[in-house]
Structure formats: C-alpha cells, structure tokens
Design a protein. Structure first.
Ligand code: ATP
Ligand code: MG
Length: 351
C-alpha cells in the first residue's frame, strides 16, 4: 500500500519533520514537540486497528511504557490519530545498526562483544518483566552516542512480524533472525537469544548463517546446521565460535540458560582467547625477580606508575589488567581512549 507522506502533519504534540524509515507495519517519522522543541520518533501504523485489537494494543503499550532501561528505546506516548495508532518514542540520532554497518560488513570481536552485552542487558531486563522481544535484528538496534546501543520495538505482539499474520514478503526482514520454535508460532525467551546469536554471527563474519528465499531460510532454521563461523573467519577463536553456535541450537533448551548467560559466555570466550598465553585468572605474568625473565626490569626499576588507556569496548580486560597490576603494587593512572588530539597520556608522558 502506498501511503501519503505525512511530513508537516501534527500528531499529538509533535509536528512530523521528515520520514525516518518504513517497516512492515508502519512509517516512522522524526517529530518535533510543538512547545518543548524536543525530538521524538513517531511510529505511525499503516492500517487502522479494529476495536477488539485496539484493546490489546493499548494493554501492550501500557506494558511497554514501563520498560525503562539504559539500553531500551523508551516509549514516551501513545496516541490514536483518527483511528490510526501512533507510538511515540525516543529518537536515536545515530540511526540503526543496519544503516551504520552495511550488509556484508564485519565488526571487530571487541565491538561485537560490547554491542551484544548491551543488547543482552536490554533483553534480560525485558525477559525479567515477562516480555519476549520477538524481533531482534539490526534494523531494531539503534545507535546512541559513542558505543552506546539501544534496542527498540519490544514485544508488541500485535506489531511484531509473525508468520501467522504476515506474508513472507512482509516477514522478509525478520525471517533471517527468527528461531525455529518462533516460526512454529511458539516464541519463548530463548527465541530472542537465537536472534541475537544470528546478529553476532553476522557481525563477526559479515554473513548470516542462512540466506536465500524466505522458504529456504525457514527450512534452514528448522533443519540445517549453521556453517561454522571459522569457515568465513578463520582467525576467530574456537571458543567464541562455540558460544555463538550454542545460542543457535535448534532446541531452545540447549541454548544458554538466559540471554545474559550467552553474553557473559561470549565475553569470557573472547577475553580468554586474547589472553591464552597467560594464566586464566591473571592478565600479567608474575613479576618475579629473575634475571632471565623479560619482566626482570619490572622488579629492579618498577615504574612509579603505569598509564592505562583503553577503548570502552575493552573495559573488562582493562579492569582485570588494572586489578592485576594493583595487586602487584604497581599504581595505575587510568585514561580514556577518546578521540581528538592530545589526551592525558601525552601530558603524563612529558612528566
Ligand atoms: P519491522 O517492520 O519488521 O519492524 P523495521 O524495524 O525496519 O522493520 P520500523 O520499526 O517501522 O521497521 O522502522 C522503520 C525504520 O525507521 C527503521 O529501520 C529505522 O531506520 C527508523 N527508526 C525506527 N525507530 C527509530 C528511532 N527510535 N529513532 C530513529 N530511527 C528510527
Ligand atoms: Mg523496527
């Protein structure tokens, strides 16, 4: 159905500034508050809703408005404009992960882990509130400032693409991420973990495990083993590969016990692999006084302090390193790996 561009129209207290995008059900506009001059994203449903569905939609919106979490796009308002439901939510100026990382691009392991952790935190929070997202995919992963990630379009069952309600064409964007049990109409919490597993797979190697026509993709979700990640990304540590493949188990019981457990296992696997030359629990090698040790100079002339700067994605690793060195009596000065010119490390080095 072709929809008129609503730019310029007023919905609630918002004036529609420009379209942001469109999905299977709705057009999304950037809106400006007429009094506060603040921005919001307005999701305007394409079809009007029948009375009996409206009640269900309202009760779902009433649940969503309570989902308040640093990694969740917040629902601000709900209005019905001449029979058309409109969901008003936080505007994410960074756009979607899909727009930011074009199809086929790969993210580093550190960035992937940082993003997956944030999405898992949002999903775990929703699961604890008894909400299944049902539509985890890069189009619903929005970028805030820095490396901050926001997940949108939570569990409005009536709005979530579902095989019962939609043609496979409308489902096209969602199908590559849909768990086998969800394809059968029985979504569970672990269905979100499966979708997040597909996202992780795609970010790590640039390709989703199952591609092809809608029918081929659905068949593969149910019957085919995902091609080993390391066929496409040979340097990927085997521990990381097995964590992702476990999230993609056909049987939801065989996945991780929770989406948070998946994210933690992924983080552990990626940092273990970075450190496999070292002891499991310690980042640094023991600082022994041995003349043949490369660390000998450490104990002779232990530096007064060590400057440590790491990107936010490596926070966990940096924290362990810091704790380790501190335990050995080496004072740490923490810096931030921020962009732009001279940072504290320069001034420190000059001292
Ligand atoms: P589906 O219909 O399967 O959910 P979708 O997520 O692409 O697919 P919509 O949720 O309708 O569809 O969103 C359409 C587009 O609008 C998104 O792809 C995104 O580019 C943009 N968009 C949605 N929500 C926001 C937001 N809160 N801030 C900024 N842009 C947004
Ligand atoms: Mg969406």
């Amino acid at each position: 159905t072709i929809m008129a561009d609503r730019t310029g129209q007023q919905i609630g207290n918002y004036r529609l500034v420009r379209p942001l995008g469109r999905g299977a059900f709705a057009e999304v506009y950037l809106g400006e508050h007429r009094y506060l001059k603040s921005y919001a994203a307005l999701k305007v449903l394409r079809t009007s809703v029948k009375d009996e569905d409206m009640e269900r939609l309202l009760s779902e919106a009433q649940t969503l408005v309570h989902l308040i979490h640093p990694n969740v796009v917040r629902v601000l308002e709900f209005v019905v404009e001449r029979g058309t439901p409109v969901l008003i939510m936080d505007y994410a100026p960074g756009g979607t992960a899909r727009a930011h990382y074009a199809r086929g691009s790969c993210l580093s392991l550190a960035t992937t882990v940082s993003y997956i952790k944030q999405i898992a935190a949002a999903l775990q929070y929703a699961h604890n509130s008894n909400i299944i997202h049902r539509d985890v995919k890069p189009e619903n992963i929005l970028l805030g400032s820095g490396q901050h990630i926001l997940l949108s379009d939570f569990g409005i069952a009536l709005l979530a693409p579902s095989p019962e309600l939609l043609s496979t064409q409308d489902m096209a964007g969602t199908l590559p991420y849909t768990a086998p049990e969800q394809l059968r109409g029985r979504a569970v919490f672990a269905s979100d973990q499966y979708a997040l597993g597909i996202v992780a797979y795609e970010w790590l190697c640039g390709k989703r495990p199952f591609e092809g026509s809608s029918w081929e993709i659905m068949h593969a979700h149910v019957h085919a083993a995902p091609p080993p990640l390391r066929e496409r990304y040979p340097e990927l540590p085997i521990e990381v590969e097995s964590v992702v493949l476990r999230a993609l188990a056909k049987d939801p019981q065989e996945r991780f016990v929770s989406v948070q457990a998946f994210a933690r296992a992924l983080e552990r696997a990626s940092s273990a692999s970075k450190l496999d030359a070292f002891d499991q629990s310690e980042v640094t090698a023991p600082l022994r006084e041995r003349s043949d040790s490369p660390f000998a100079t450490f104990s002779d002339k232990t530096p007064r302090s060590i400057f440590l700067s790491a990107s936010p994605a490596d926070d966990a690793f940096a924290a362990r390193l810091e704790a380790d060195l501190e335990a050995r009596g080496v004072p740490i000065v923490r810096g931030r790996d921020t962009s732009g010119g001279r940072d504290t490390s320069d001034s420190y080095r000059e001292e």
